[in-house]
Design a binder for this molecule. Structure first.
Ligand code: PGA
Length: 294
């Protein structure tokens, strides 16, 4: 066991629509967007029971916005933004610029931004506040390195990233947030967290959210898992009670394969874990656990 918190639990029903997102990273041009969308719609059709977000590079956003007109259910995301609205920030993109392109979501604090481009908790915090005030929904990425996991520092790292990242965020904005748990050792490595490891981290994240907001806000907040998600493992990960979706990188570049993950999530589950009498287990109604004060 890596996680150490004593968890006293209370149960609460919360409706959480599953959310599955394709993070294309620095891949695909605007010319490839139409065929991607055509293949995806042919594979899965129009869906209502889950929320799907496509997150292309900035250059492909307008073309994708046009392609999404055919499937109004899918939403558009961006991979990053600056916290200022405008100004002398060469190479940056602002929240109002993204809103002007009908972008709904923005990924903030992705480990590649933190690790390769000097992103800090403080920058992530400024971006989250700017995104929310512009009407964008942040997908806030958190996660530990392998060394931190081996040193049993998972809770410490997740807690710091959440507390620092969400500092000063108005509680009425919490329902616009999505958290993505992305352990660094699982990103692009082919090594996925086991469903148990991921569930344990998600439950902990929910307890931290409860401590910075309140239990019912935490019960409603959606937490995605990211890190080598593919059609073969998506369904089992998403069956865990605190895993509300997936942030998919490499496996989202092939529209057909991404569509298969999506279909797996849509399928009603064969087994309903006997958590509590009357707990529903299909498409977003869950019994959730959160930490109570000692
Ligand atoms: P991966 O990336 O699915 O290729 O591991 C996930 C991510 O970085 O969001």
């Amino acid at each position: 066991m890596i996680m150490k918190s004593p968890v006293k639990v209370a149960v609460e029903m919360a409706a959480r629509k599953k959310i599955i997102a394709a993070n294309w990273k620095m891949n695909l041009t605007h010319r490839e967007v139409k065929s991607y969308a055509d293949v995806l719609w042919a594979e899965v059709g129009v869906v209502n029971e889950i929320e799907v977000i496509l997150i292309p590079p900035f250059t492909a956003i307008p073309a994708l916005a046009e392609a999404l007109e055919k499937n109004p259910v899918a939403r558009l995301g961006a991979q990053n933004m600056h916290w200022e609205k405008c100004g002398a920030f060469t190479g940056e993109i602002s929240a109002p610029m993204l809103r002007a392109l009908y972008v709904n979501y923005v990924v903030l604090g992705h480990s590649e931004r933190r690790r390769l481009f000097g992103g800090t908790d403080e920058m992530v915090n400024r971006k989250i506040i700017a995104a929310l005030s512009a009407g964008l929904q942040p997908i806030v990425c958190v996660g530990e390195t392998l060394a931190e996991r081996n040193d049993e520092r998972v809770e410490e790292v997740l807690k710091r990233q959440i507390q620092e990242g969400l500092k000063g965020v108005n509680s009425r904005h919490f329902h616009d947030l999505v958290i993505a748990y992305e352990p660094l050792w699982a990103i692009g490595t082919g090594r996925t967290a086991t469903p148990e490891e991921a569930q344990e981290a998600h439950a902990f994240i929910r307890s931290v959210i409860a401590s910075v907001s309140d239990p019912s806000t935490a019960a409603r907040l959606r937490i995605q898992y990211g890190g080598s998600v593919k059609p073969e493992n998506a369904e089992e990960l998403l069956r865990q009670q605190d895993i509300d979706g997936a942030l998919v990188g490499g496996a989202s570049l092939d529209a057909r394969s991404f569509g298969r993950e999506w279909k797996g999530v849509r399928r009603p589950r064969a087994v309903c874990p006997p958590i509590m009498p009357g707990a529903k287990d299909e498409f977003g109604v869950f019994v959730v656990f959160h930490v109570l004060p000692k």
